[in-house]
Design a binder for this molecule. Sequence first.
Ligand code: SF4
Length: 183
Amino acid sequence: MNKPLIATTSLAGCFGCHMSIMDLDDRILQLIELIEFNKSPINDIKTLSKECDIGIIEGGCANSDNIRLLKEFRKNCRVLIAVGECAIMGGLPAMRNNSASISECLQEAYIDCVSVQANDEGLIPNDEELPMLLDQVYPCHEIVKIDYFIPGCAPRADLIWDVLTALISGKKMELSYECFKFD
Ligand code: SF4
């Protein structure tokens, strides 16, 4: 029997949610008995080569490439899961939504911020190869339909395990109170 195919990607995220998948530790070995990974930073496969059963999205949409990739996942994944606060609500990158404009945001990030240490010429990246920044950072469900949300920053590995194994086995699962409590 063919194993379910899973693809994962990071949009405007920090890869912490993927680190949580790696925190499955030795259960990763059990997981690859149950599923096969397609495109994912976990196996370094760069492109979606087949229709997948489950797509896992970390991060929200901050630029045009994030939108393209999210739509590609929606088109090619039967079930799409937003993992972590950045994918669900925009997360830390969405702090820039409070800036009046993209130019103000870039000015702060590359020139004015106290942590900028080596930009004497006051350069702001503008290579045409760079994806266009969006007017604000969008959670994934505002761009495409999302089937499931796994909360947390990052979600606990146990929770990711429970969701994936429930989906693969077709069993129902309930999110416990601890999944939403971050103190
Ligand atoms: Fe990183 Fe947290 Fe965002 Fe996941 S939800 S990408 S861990 S900041």
